[in-house]
Design a protein around this ligand. Sequence first.
Ligand SMILES: [Zn+2]
Ligand SMILES: [Zn+2]
Ligand SMILES: [Zn+2]
Ligand SMILES: [Zn+2]
Length: 349
Amino acid sequence: MGAVWHPECFCCNACKRPITDYEFSMQGNQPYHKSCYKELYHPRCDVCKQFIPTNSFGLIEYRAHPFWLQKYCPSHEHDGTPRCCSCERMEPREAQYISLDDGRKLCLECLDSAIMDTNECHPLHLDILEFYEGLNMKVKQQIPLLLVERQALNVAMEGEKNGIHHHLPETRGLCLSEEQTVSTILRRPIFGFGNRVVEMMTEPYKLIRRCEVTAILVLYGLPRLLTGSILAHEMMHAWLRLNGYSTLRPEVEEGICQVLAHMWLDSEIFSGSGSHIASSSSSSSSSTSSKKGTRSQFERKLGDFFKHQIESDTSAAYGDGFRVGNEAVLRYGLRQTLDHIKLTGSFPY
Ligand SMILES: [Zn+2]
Ligand SMILES: [Zn+2]
Ligand SMILES: [Zn+2]
Ligand SMILES: [Zn+2]
């Protein structure tokens, strides 16, 4: 310490009480009780709220989510602590996530703007159609949009003859071109004891092939912004098929679909950022705002997270495809990029 202290002045900088122990901690030339120091500076786990334990080398080791920065003991990765299927945050011990009946867990903040059944999705469907129209890419055909459970999505995936690219860790939307019967969610589930689904109403829906695309399926129970970005992605698959684009390489097809999903998120975040001035234009006032009118702080952050997920995706098709595609669209514009894809099957460089 290099200084001389009178015992009566040798007080802890946190609790101000005298330090009589032989062992104490120093920080910024100030002494602390060991326990006070730990309370102040030792990181606590956001999941179990305990001090993060030291590993076998005596170092404090923790994991942190790259976007939310939620930090937690490494053990929670294997001890069955659930993650929200939408925002990926781990369930803190004092919170209770809701359980969707297909095994997914959803945090309460994501639940807040979640779209739970096919009817609830209707205004969002119109928003996406309007978004495509605004890009001069009107989808003229009527394509049914169905909200489904995970199992129904997997069954439909198997019913498709043409290859479907799997998006890890989970496929959350599909653009179908076969005639199949799909189990769709008729009415939002009712949650009971322990935040579990106690009642759920589904209905078989027979798809009829009137054009290249028979339906778009999206997983239910996801926040509006995520549902919308999945829908914008699948709508782009539909648009490509309906506009005579031949089978594209996965990184080109998934890449350009992710570009559209990302563009839609951008437009939503932008239109929701100045909520008090956003409604000044009459043409878009009916559909730009979220379910509850103005967007919450959390929903905006969630929008940023979904963009971040698209941007940092490590897969070749979705991630690299998006980055190359986005670069091309920034440089040449969407129209020219699409024309180039139609002609050559690849992105312009
Ligand atoms: Zn103290
Ligand atoms: Zn912990
Ligand atoms: Zn969440
Ligand atoms: Zn896709």
